[in-house]
Design a protein around this ligand. Structure first.
Ligand code: SF4
Length: 417
């Protein structure tokens, strides 16, 4: 499909709209020998986190408990405590013999995340956690209460190797992949807090039946670059309790900047998670700069893979599009996006434009309200369901692309170590 520049499209605006190019002050993007932005797919080698019950299949859990010299049925009791009551505290496990409790917990539920900091906003309805992993790496998750649902945004890697110039996480590079259990532990810890009444909302007497209903892989990291562990975590999320968390796959969103071979793999998993493609530009010229992975897999390849995901799973795909003033918010880009989506059929996709945080003086700032509305209108008029997304957590730097440990966070973590 050819891409028509604004000047030659029949509906192109007559006034000259500036084109701001992506660049980040004070940060030099790492490049490979051919001058392309460096992409880091492999995780650097670091000491592995301790093996945890959530890293193991139910059979492996029984095996491990037996290796600890205890009867295999204890594995199910431990899994019930962890996945149903969200606890790793031996004091709560009164159904286990007191003499074996500490040993069992130490062997099966080793500590994985140490809370370094917790920031709240939206009157307590949004909470950002900063966690320290066993090797000192820092990751974050953001918990958000909405009417009728509770969403947790989880990290899948410490840092990220995708080098996106607008993203604080990407600028720090990839520290390492997170383990399956480290991903799951973010959910279990959030569920514990919710059950204890620690997440905003109306102060009911009893929150014990509440828990996270939606998980979005939009925290630190590119989830499909840590494919195996992310998918093992998804399997645990959807496994019935007490083997897993008993969640609905539809409430889990796996997002990617466009690792095409991994999107094909995901489509074949037979787990109907919601799939989100962070597109941010419909033309390769801009997307090559904005999302460096576009130098490997182009817009059309990513959209073809997204369409295939819909065909194989029947699940409508989300296209995420951060609207950045004068960079990617041009009306002709809305038209081009609609054209490309419609060329692949109807009813398979919806678009979520995400208003950026207004940052006066920065090239990374919010589109003007009228421009945002025009962008959304053009897509809707072309028959593409489009809704501006709420970006909660901006006040605490918890919105997507803003999750990064600051030096202050690192100092706090070091003080605790
Ligand atoms: S936007 Fe996503 S993929 Fe890009 S660097 Fe940030 S975390 Fe990684």
């Amino acid at each position: 499909m050819s891409e028509t520049p604004a000047s030659t499209r029949s509906d192109a605006p007559t006034k000259r709209v500036p084109q701001v190019r992506p660049a980040t002050e004070g940060w030099t993007q790492k490049k490979d020998a051919e001058g392309r932005p460096l992409l880091q797919f492999a995780s650097p080698r670091r000491g592995k986190p301790p093996v945890h019950l959530a890293d193991l299949t139910p059979d492996e859990r029984v095996q491990k408990v037996k290796e600890l010299g205890l009867p295999g049925f204890r594995a199910k009791q431990l899994a019930t405590h962890y996945f149903t009551h969200y606890t790793s505290d031996p004091a709560n496990m009164t159904d286990l013999p007191a003499a074996q409790r500490d040993e069992l917990v130490a062997g099966m539920l080793p500590p994985l995340l140490t809370e370094v900091r917790r920031l709240e906003t939206d009157r307590g309805d949004t909470i950002k956690f900063l966690w320290r992993l066993h090797d000192g790496a820092l990751v974050e998750s953001v918990l958000m209460r909405y009417p009728g649902r509770i969403t947790l945004c989880v990290s899948s890697q410490a840092g990220c190797g995708m080098n996106c110039p607008f993203c604080a996480t990407g600028q720090a590079g990839l520290t390492r992949n997170m383990s399956t259990a480290e991903i799951i532990e973010q959910i279990v810890r959030a569920n514990r807090l919710i059950a204890d009444g620690g997440l905003g909302g109306k102060k009911a007497d009893d929150h014990s039946m509440e828990r996270g209903s939606n998980i979005v892989f939009m925290g630190m990291g590119e989830p499909l670059a840590n494919y195996k562990r992310v998918m093992d975590a998804v399997r645990i999320m959807v496994a019935p309790q007490p083997d897993g968390l008993g969640m609905s796959a539809r409430g889990i969103t796996v997002s990617t900047v466009g690792l095409v071979p991994a999107i094909h793999k995901l489509a074949d998993e037979n787990i109907p998670v919601t799939f989100a493609l962070s597109l941010h530009a419909p033309d390769d010229q801009l997307r090559d700069e904005l999302i460096p992975v576009n130098s490997r897999w182009k817009v059309d390849e990513a959209l073809d893979a997204a369409r295939e995901y819909f065909e194989k799973t029947g699940r409508r795909v989300s296209i995420e599009y951060a609207l950045i003033k004068d960079m990617n918010d041009h009306a002709w880009r809305a038209d081009l996006l609609a054209e490309k989506l419609n060329a692949r059929g109807r009813g398979w996709v919806h678009v979520n434009p995400i208003p950026l945080n207004p940052t006066p003086g920065s090239i990374w700032t919010a589109s003007e309200k009228a421009v945002q509305d025009e962008f959304v209108r053009r897509l809707n008029d072309a028959g593409i369901p489009t809704t501006l997304r709420d970006t909660r957590g901006k006040e605490i730097d918890g919105a997507c692309g803003q999750l990064v440990a600051t030096t202050e966070d690192e100092a706090a973590a070091a003080a605790m170590a």
